[in-house]
Write a protein that binds this ligand. Sequence first.
Ligand SMILES: [Zn+2]
Ligand SMILES: [Zn+2]
Length: 362
Amino acid sequence: MTVSLGSGSSTCGRRLIVSTASTRAWAIPMLNELQPLPVAVSPQEDESGLGFLLRCSHANGVALPELANLAGARSIRWMTARDMEAFAFLTGVPPEWLITRLKTRRHVDRRRRYSYLGWEWGSIASLRVKHAQVCPECLLECAYCKAEWEVTAAPACPTHQTMLMDRCPHCGTALSWLRPTVEICSCGRYLRRSAMSTKPSARILAWCAAMKGRLERNSAPVLAGMRACALPSWLAHVSPDGASRLIHALGALGRAGERMSSARAVEIPSPGEMAAVVERGLARADAMLDRAAEKTQALRLLVYEPGLQRLAKQGVEAADQKTALQLLKLLGSEPLERRRLGQKRGGRPSKGQLELFDHAES
Ligand SMILES: [Zn+2]
Ligand SMILES: [Zn+2]
């Protein structure tokens, strides 16, 4: 059977063909039954895998879901190894190039682990899986999606000193990966910045540049941010997942003693909300260096302690676990295991501690 997509004829070479035996009409095509797409697209070094696939589908006159059908992929959100190989073959890029730039998940010790950009991620909330965010100025200049835009804790573009955008300014819907192409929303209009957008602070921009530096294993922007904007020194050692989870634990609560449901703890904030979390988190990281007892007590009610506890126990890198433990110590809080033991022996945590402890279990 021959499936052709797009409007080209077989003689002009713009026809997508996949040959399958008629008995396999709805089966996943074998890799050797696929043909590379007629129009090849050059990948960019810092490009997102999904953004690249979106550009390839647009260049070949098909929508991304059609390209996914052709590849035999059921979902573009979580692809199997075979799906990614099929996409790599269709688009003519090395499989490892594409796989590194797509988010993948697996189980490790009965917990979900994610991989993206050559890093391990322990929390799904660290990555933007469902919806995209973009810098319209970057899109105007280079028309491809940068891989770092899929990292939740990087809400601004350091190059253009602007906030990223996760909604279309025209129709207001969250940006979909199934939009026609990288710079056009599903409503058909170009993604341009609205005049109302807020400017990120110098500290947010330094944080985002440092996050990008960590992702690329380039220490220069991290050190520059530490010097110019007093970013915390742990940023130089922790993984991007660790940095995301630390800043979330420090900055997620808007006020002292605020309750945080487990659903809210993994909610993906808008870039504006994320910037507020980072601002608060950095201010609290500064305040932690002041060891005055009454300040520590006040800080403890502002920090989302279960987040630090989980990172101390399950951080994807030793540096993440160590930093979470150090911050818990600065707050005068014991790691969870020891506290549990204390309870068994009749030890009783203070009231404030107990409340936070309850949230960790919910
Ligand atoms: Zn930009
Ligand atoms: Zn729109």
